[in-house]
Each structure stands twice: as structure tokens, then as C-alpha cells.
Design a protein around this ligand. Structure first.
Ligand code: GTB
Length: 218
């Protein structure tokens, strides 16, 4: 069965791997499943056709054999449950890898998004300079215990899992802030994820989409 994702026609990050279709592409590359991508403009994301796939009119979505899914956590878990390679076989390690996927999305990503918004969307607001130290501190409150937990381990639960995929996808958004540099083991963990062949293939595919969008006449 063909898998079809939706993604930005022209991603605001210029194809640097930050839009959330990247984590789904990465998971599909890890398990060796080919996929097609339907590219959407911002206008197309708010049409009835796309709202039927995604109630909030966002990307990415995932379609396969009549199943339509939204939310990257649910999509990556669906892929991981259906294929070998993204979750440990042992039931307890498997449950813990799933816990790390949720931790990435529910505990670590929110302050990172808050920081990204403060640095990008709210940069010109008069209150941003005063607020930034507080927002950076909230990110540190997640990085310090996570770095302590990871220690010198390569991955969170033995072999690479969907928990690592999601945690690394979330953490790499921090690179421009410099906060990862305070934790060399975390910076190395993120770099290990990015060095995986599956990550590289996913990155190249979404960069190619952006480059094609630039090559088209306006
Ligand atoms: N919780 C949902 C999930 O995980 O699937 C969040 C989905 C989401 O935020 N999608 C964004 C979207 O569709 C694109 S990825 N936004 C349009 C809208 O809401 O109308 C978020 C994103 C966008 C741009 C950058 N960037 O340029 O760096 C990074 C991340």
C-alpha cells in the first residue's frame, strides 16, 4: 500500500529539516518504507479537503490504505508498531521507548517552541528582551535532567528507537540558540541521530522539495 504524507510546498525553514514532516520521513526511512508526498501551500492547508485529513489544518498528515492520521507522535508510533526497528522487542524497554517519545513531545518540546517563538515570531515585541532569560531557563530545566539521565549512553533504551527519533527531532531545533552547546553529550546525541543514513535521506528529500519550489517561476 502506498503511504502519502502532506508537507509544506515551500517550508519557512528553507528545507533545513525543522518542519514536522521531517520526523515522519525519518521514521519511514528507518524502516525502509517508500512514501509519496503531497505538497500544500498555506492556503491549501485550510481547505475543506485538507481539514478532512487534519482538523487543525496543519502538516504533516499520513495516509495509507484508508487510514488518515495527523499528529507526528501518533504517526511515528503507528509506523513503529507496524515495522521492526523503531521499538525494542522486550515489553518493558518498548514501553519505556514510548514514554520517551511522549516526553519529547509533552515535556521537552513545549519550552523549546516557546523559545523559538520568542526568538523568531516575537523578536520585535517590547517585552521579548526581558522575557528571553526566563524562557531560556525553562529550556535549561529540561536539558539538565535529560543530560543527566542520558549520561554517556548512545541511545535512550539500548538500540536506537522511536523515542530517540522524537527526542533528537525536538532537540535539534535548539541549535541556533546555543543552549545545546552547554551539554556536549546532548550535542553529540543529536549529531549521532543526524548522522544516521535514514536521517540524511529524509533531510535530502525535504531539502529537494524546497529547492524545487525556489526553481519554479513565481
Ligand atoms: N502537534 C502537531 C504535530 O506534531 O503534528 C503540530 C503540527 C504543526 O505544528 N505543523 C506546522 C503547521 O502546519 C508545520 S511544522 N503550521 C501551519 C499552521 O499551523 O497553519 C512547525 C514548523 C513550522 C515552521 C518551522 N520553521 O520554519 O522553522 C518549523 C516548524
Amino acid at each position: 500500500m502506498t503511504i502519502t504524507l502532506t508537507a509544506f510546498e515551500a517550508s519557512p525553514d528553507r528545507g533545513r529539516g525543522l518542519a514536522r514532516d521531517m520526523r515522519v520521513r525519518w521514521a519511514l526511512e528507518e524502516v525502509g518504507r517508500p512514501y509519496e508526498v503531497q505538497l500544500l501551500s498555506f492556503e491549501a492547508m485550510k481547505t475543506a479537503e485538507h481539514l478532512a485529513r487534519h482538523p487543525f489544518g496543519q502538516i504533516p498528515t499520513y495516509e495509507e490504505d484508508g487510514l488518515v492520521l495527523f499528529e507526528t507522535g501518533a504517526i511515528v508510533l503507528h509506523i513503529a508498531h507496524g515495522h521492526a526497528g523503531l521499538l525494542p522487542e522486550a515489553p518493558q524497554a518498548r514501553a519505556r521507548a514510548v514514554a520517551w517519545l511522549f516526553a519529547a513531545l509533552n515535556t521537552v518540546e513545549p519550552p523549546i517552541l516557546e523559545l523559538a517563538n520568542a526568538r523568531l515570531l516575537e523578536a520585535e515585541q517590547p517585552w521579548t528582551a526581558a522575557r528571553l532569560p526566563l524562557v531560556r531557563d525553562r529550556v535549561r530545566q529540561r536539558l539538565v535532567p535529560f543530560a543527566r539521565h542520558l549520561g554517556e549512553a548512545q541511545w535512550l533504551e539500548g538500540d536506537f528507537s522511536a523515542g530517540d527519533l522524537m527526542m533528537i527531532s525536538v532537540l535539534l531545533r535548539l541549535r541556533p540558540s546555543g543552549l545545546l552547546d552547554d551539554h556536549p553529550t546532548l550535542a553529540a546525541y543529536v549529531a549521532r541521530g543526524e548522522a544516521r543514513g535514514a536521517y540524511q535521506r529524509a533531510f535530502a528529500a525535504q531539502l529537494a522539495v524546497f529547492e524545487a519550489s525556489q526553481a519554479r517561476p513565481a
